[in-house]
Design a protein around this ligand. Structure first.
Ligand SMILES: C[S@@+](CC[C@H](N)C(=O)[O-])C[C@H]1O[C@@H](n2cnc3c(N)ncnc32)[C@H](O)[C@@H]1O
Length: 253
């Protein structure tokens, strides 16, 4: 009998990372017993990541009438954008959501997507251009020094196979790139949500965030598997960097 082939879902793509049958079986056992994966199969979300964001939103009200311009960094396959759309449409908020991912992806209906590496200056320039054009079209004034973003969410994670960095180091690098975008483009008073990976640089990273945000919370959603070193950090109410005298050098060395 021919072996049953798994469909090419996100899960099966992950399976390519496991070399032995033993590791594949142990992964499958874990995933098959995971209620959030079962829930995803019956929901419309593109990945189980949606449930983490739904949980954080339920506790912190991330999406509201003041979150019009949103950058979704590490967008693919798009579940976080789906959640944002759902939450904003429920509140009748007009939105501009731009998904950015280093890998190819399809945009979510009503939103936009660009393929780009968030650690590259050129990608930041494309993000700024997108929101600048949207604000001009919608006749919305930018804040401070031409800031356009109302919320940044980043679920970015390095591909351990290709980056040559450890999960923690790679993740810290991505988070710094997201924080730099926030320094330059997030409006004062606005929030950022970042996926972080436990490790030795995390404390220092959170301290840096405290120079930028009035409140910084560390969150472990139930939907994030407990065995993973994954956490989320929410920076709330960005300070006005100029007014506070916080320089880019202080933050990024
Ligand atoms: C956990 S997945 C994100 C899942 C997504 N939040 C969702 O709801 O569907 C992490 C994503 O980060 C992306 N990523 C990793 N490094 C990146 C980089 N340098 N720039 C942009 N995206 C990156 C990966 O391609 C991957 O799609």
């Amino acid at each position: 009998m021919r072996p049953t082939r798994l469909p090419m879902t996100h899960t099966s793509l992950h399976l390519r990372r496991f070399k032995s049958d033993k590791r594949i079986n142990s992964f499958l056992n874990r995933v098959q017993g995971d209620s959030f994966v079962s829930e995803r199969k019956t929901s419309l979300y593109k990945s189980r990541a949606a449930f983490k964001l739904l949980e954080i939103d339920a506790a912190h009200r991330l999406f509201n009438k003041n979150t019009r311009n949103i950058a979704d960094l590490g967008f693919a396959p798009g579940a976080w954008t789906q959640v944002a759309v759902q939450r904003l449409e429920a509140q009748k908020v007009a939105y501009n959501i731009l998904g950015v991912d280093i890998n190819p992806a399809s945009p979510v209906r009503g939103c936009h997507y660009i393929q780009g590496d968030v650690t590259k200056k050129s990608t930041h320039a494309r993000i700024v251009e997108f929101f600048k054009n949207r604000d001009e079209r919608d006749k919305v004034e930018s804040a401070g020094d031409g800031q356009h973003l109302d919320f940044i969410m980043s679920d970015m994670m390095v591909n351990a196979m290709g980056s040559g960095l450890s999960d923690h180091d790679g993740n810290m690098y991505l988070c710094s790139a997201a924080l730099l975008l926030a320094y330059n483009q997030l409006k004062p008073g606005c929030n950022i949500l970042l996926k972080v990976w436990l490790g030795q640089e995390l404390e220092e990273f959170v301290d840096r965030m405290k120079l930028m945000f009035a409140h910084v919370n560390t969150i472990k959603p139930k939907a994030s598997r407990s065995i993973l070193s994954e956490l989320y950090v929410l920076g709330k109410k960005k300070y006005d960097m100029k007014e506070r005298g916080v320089t880019i050098e202080q933050l990024f060395g």
